[in-house]
Design a protein around this ligand. Structure first.
Ligand SMILES: Nc1nc2c(c(=O)[nH]1)N[C@H]1C(S)=C(S)[C@@H](COP(=O)(O)O)O[C@H]1N2
Ligand SMILES: [Mo]
Length: 412
């Protein structure tokens, strides 16, 4: 099937759903005529549109994510599973693999490490080559503690700020996680393939249905913490997070961290894919097209903060410790302030080591809340002087919302 022609995810997903529905119907012995009768009667259409999640249908559907994602731990958006921040309260620095958010454009690819190969090729290398899993694992490796965050993390707050929904998964702030990633620096592999001085772009490519791929400049690919990752928090990379090997591109938008890697293209020409021309570009009244891209192309994530409390949940009026985390792709967090009155008065939160650039810092403060509806607003500043803003200009696909957010909480 020609997945390539689908640029808009929604079109792709709809067509995949149609194809799936027809295949299932056929397996169940439904004739084509009967299938179309069902379609017009609305039973199939309702199940597909998600209006009537029939139980039988839910069981028949393929699971886009393999690991368990119970609703106590994740907000469920189909192939995207959002970490619920309250589960990080009182935990250590890292997000355990079981709690780490998942963002799949289609579904988790199941790859056999025995037959897996990684190709490194293109006009930018002198010696194109192919690596097996064992060969990669025998190369010098490093570990780095970094976040991976979806470019759309915080997207739902565009609607809060503008009364207008941006396209895509309506993440709150749980489209991020920090892990210790272990793997081989891209530089080892690129040097092994004889990368040329004239090489410009490096594009990792996934083995999933869509072959997700997105270029980065050679300088970023050669950074010491840009890795071909095969372990996450000391365990083999889980299937949902890209087994056997994914890219780690620190500080960059989530999609650059390509999962289920199969190929790396190195080119003397700038590279393009739909993921840096159509999507992961800024489109909106404040942005101009940048042909061949529809708008400014994203690279780094931005400075943000989140509170480790249930979203609009309930807490008792007892004195408590409020905890949260702030992060920046540009450096360490220099300070974190909080406001309990929507920005009139600010106080400093205490920062807790470690404080790692392109990972995060934990912070806390004491709170003696009064009963009623309360909000907690947090503002982080990094050591390069970046501060979380009041508002972010609207962009249609809802990327990089990093303004301050009022975390709602009911105090009983
Ligand atoms: N091959 C492939 N890589 C991918 C994706 C994908 O759908 N296919 N999703 C990307 C996006 S948009 C994000 S935010 C991160 C999410 O990583 P995670 O699922 O391990 O949290 O993976 C990226 N890598
Ligand atoms: Mo993403």
């Amino acid at each position: 099937m020609a997945y390539e022609k689908f640029i808009r995810e929604a079109d792709y997903l709809q067509s995949a759903a149609d194809e799936y529905a027809w295949r299932r119907a056929r397996e169940l012995g439904v004739t084509r005529r009967r299938f179309f009768q069902m379609l017009t009667a609305g039973s199939v259409a309702a199940a597909l549109s998600g209006r009537l999640p029939s139980k039988a249908w839910a069981q028949a559907a393929p699971t886009p994510v393999v690991k368990p994602t119970p609703k106590e731990l994740f907000n469920d958006y189909g192939s995207n599973k959002e970490m619920r921040w309250e589960n990080m309260y009182g935990r250590g620095y890292l997000v355990p693999n079981e709690l780490f958010f998942v963002r799949n454009h289609t579904k988790t690819a199941m790859i056999d490490a025995k037959t897996w190969r990684l190709k490194i090729e293109g006009s930018g290398v002198q010696k194109p080559m192919e690596l097996t899993y064992d060969e990669l694992l025998s190369m010098p490796s490093v570990s780095a503690t970094r976040y991976i965050e979806c470019a759309g993390n915080g997207r739902s707050f565009f609607e809060t700020a503008y009364g207008k929904k941006a396209d895509g998964t309506q993440w709150k702030l749980g489209g991020i996680g920090v892990a210790e990633w272990t793997g081989v620096p891209f530089s080892e592999v690129l040097n092994g393939a004889g990368i040329k001085k004239s090489a410009r772009d490096v594009m990792p490519e996934g083995l999933d249905d869509l072959k997700v791929r997105r270029p980065m400049p050679v300088a970023k690919a050669l950074a010491e913490d840009t890795l071909l990752v095969y372990a996450m928090n000391g365990q083999p990379l889980p299937a949902d997070h890209g087994f056997p090997v994914r890219a780690l591109v620190p500080g960059w938008i989530g999609v650059a961290n390509v999962k289920w890697l199969g190929r790396i293209e190195v080119s003397e020409q700038p590279l393009f894919s739909s993921w840096n021309t159509e999507t992961y570009v800024l489109v909106g009244p404040d942005y101009q097209p940048q042909p061949p891209s529809k708008g400014p192309v994203l690279s780094n994530q931005d400075l943000k903060s989140a509170v480790e409390l249930p979203w609009n949940g309930e807490v008792s009026a007892a004195r408590r410790l409020v905890r949260g985390r702030s992060w920046s792709p540009f450096g360490k967090i220099a300070n974190v302030e909080y406001s309990l009155d929507q920005g009139q008065r600010w106080q400093a939160a205490r920062l807790r080591e470690p404080n790692i650039a392109a990972a995060w810092v934990r912070w806390d403060f004491d709170w003696e809340p009064k009963p009623g509806k309360q909000t907690i607003r947090v503002r982080a500043t990094d050591d390069k002087g970046n501060v979380q803003p009041d508002k972010v200009p609207f962009n249609q696909q809802g990327y990089l919302y990093n303004a301050m957010v009022d975390h709602p909480i009911q105090v009983k």
